[in-house]
Design a protein around this ligand. Structure first.
Ligand code: PMV
Length: 353
C-alpha cells in the first residue's frame, strides 16, 4: 500500500468566476483572479492510499463516507491523473525499468476541512486542489503546477487557483477541449507581504443555492451577465494584474469591491434572484465604505469581497488591520477572536491524517 498526505489552501477571488461555458469540462465564461490564503488556519488535508487489495474507489469527507459512484467530477480527476501515471508506467516498461502499476489500483481518499464546508469559504476549492495535488504526489507525476491545476479545474473550477500561492489568475482559455483553461501565478506570496486578509464568519450554515446551479441560472436569465463577461471582466483582468504587480492598493481595493458588488448584482439580476448576502454582510459593506471615508488623504484603507455566501473577506494593508479588527469587533461583537491571515503557498505534509 502506498499512502500520501497533502494540504491545500483556500483562495478568495478578487475578480470573480461566475458562469460555465462547458458544464462537464468546467470551462468558465470569464477569467478570474484570486489571492491564496495562509494554510495555518484554513486548509483541506487529504490522505490517499492505493493498494491492489482495495476493491473500489472510496471517499471519506470529514470522517463520513460519501457515495462517489455518481460523482462525475471526482472521477474525471481520478481518470486524468491515472492516464498520466499509465503513460509513465508504459514508458518505464518499454525502457526496461518498470515501475509499480499504481494506475490500476483503486484509491481510498480521506479528506477534512478545518473550517465549515460549503459556507461560501471556498471549501470546494481547497478540497479539490488537495485531492488532485495529493494524487499527483501519489503517482509521482512529472507535470507542471499549471497542468495539475488544469486537472483540478475539472473537479471544481475555483480549485485550479489553489494550486499556487500568492496571486493567481485562472485563464479561461479558448479551446473547446479545455487544454488552455488553467491557473498561472501572477506573483508569489512574497511579492506583497504588507497585504493581509481578514475573514469575518457571518454564518457557517451551508449555502442555499449551490454555485453550479446559481451560475447556470444567471447565464440563462441575467441580461447584465452579458455586459459583465464581454466587457467588464476582460478590462478588469488587465487592471487587476497591473494593480497586483505594482502593489497599488488603491486600484486593487476599488476593483475588488466593484467586482464583488457586480457578482452579487448579477445574482440579483438572475430570475428568480439569488441572495447570498444577508443584512450583516450588507452592514459590513457599509462599514468599510464609512471607514474608507474617514481616511485623511482620501486613500482607501480596506476592501471587502464576498463569494457565494454571507461571509466577508476584508483585504487591507497590515498597518490598518488592528484598527479594522477593532472596528468589526465593536459593531459586530463576537466571542471568537478574529484572526488576520497572510497569503502563502501550499504545503506537503508527510504522514497520515
Ligand atoms: O468553484 P465553485 O463552483 O465553488 O465556484 C466559486 C465561485 C465563487 O466563489 C463565487 C467565485 C470565485 O471566483 O471563487
Amino acid at each position: 500500500m502506498k499512502t500520501v498526505t497533502c494540504t491545500a489552501p483556500v483562495n478568495i477571488a478578487v475578480i470573480k468566476y461566475w458562469g460555465k461555458r462547458d458544464i462537464d469540462l468546467i470551462l468558465p465564461t470569464n477569467s478570474s483572479i484570486s489571492v491564496t490564503l495562509s494554510q495555518d488556519i484554513l486548509h483541506s488535508k487529504t490522505t490517499i492510499s492505493t493498494s491492489p487489495e482495495f476493491s473500489q474507489d472510496r471517499l471519506w469527507l470529514n470522517g463520513i463516507e460519501e457515495d462517489i459512484t455518481k460523482n462525475k467530477r471526482m472521477h474525471n480527476c481520478f481518470r486524468e491523473t491515472r492516464a498520466i501515471r499509465k503513460e509513465m508506467e508504459d514508458k518505464a516498461e518499454s525502457a526496461g525499468s518498470p515501475i509499480e502499476n499504481l494506475s490500476t489500483y483503486p484509491v481510498h481518499v480521506c479528506s477534512e476541512n478545518n473550517f465549515p464546508t460549503a459556507a461560501g469559504l471556498a471549501s470546494s476549492a481547497s478540497g479539490l486542489a488537495a485531492l488532485v495535488y495529493t494524487l499527483s504526489q501519489l503517482y509521482e507525476l512529472t507535470i507542471s503546477t499549471s497542468e495539475v491545476s488544469r486537472i483540478a479545474r475539472q473537479g471544481s473550477g475555483s480549485a485550479c487557483r489553489s494550486l499556487f500561492g500568492g496571486f493567481v489568475a485562472w485563464e479561461m482559455g479558448q479551446k473547446e477541449d479545455g487544454s488552455d483553461s488553467l491557473a498561472v501565478q501572477i506573483a508569489p506570496e512574497t511579492h506583497w507581504p504588507e497585504l493581509e486578509a481578514l475573514i469575518c464568519v457571518v454564518s457557517d450554515a451551508k449555502k442555499g443555492t449551490s454555485s453550479t446551479a446559481g451560475m447556470q441560472s444567471t447565464i440563462k436569465t441575467s441580461p447584465l451577465m452579458n455586459e459583465r463577461i464581454n466587457h467588464v471582466v476582460p478590462a478588469r483582468m488587465e487592471q487587476m494584474t497591473k494593480a497586483i504587480l505594482d502593489k497599488d492598493f488603491q486600484s486593487f481595493a476599488e476593483l475588488t469591491m466593484r467586482d464583488s458588488n457586480q457578482f452579487h448584482a448579477v445574482c440579483l439580476d438572475t430570475y428568480p434572484p439569488i441572495f447570498y448576502l444577508n443584512d450583516t454582510s450588507r452592514a459590513i459593506i457599509q462599514l468599510i465604505h464609512e471607514y474608507n471615508a474617514t481616511s485623511q488623504d482620501g486613500k482607501l484603507k480596506a476592501a471587502y469581497t464576498y463569494d457565494a455566501g454571507p461571509n466577508a473577506v476584508i483585504y487591507a494593508p497590515k498597518e490598518n488591520m488592528a484598527e479594522i479588527i477593532q472596528l468589526i469587533g465593536h459593531y459586530f461583537p463576537s466571542n471568537k477572536e478574529p484572526t488576520a491571515f497572510f497569503a502563502d503557498p501550499y504545503q506537503v505534509v508527510n504522514g497520515s491524517l
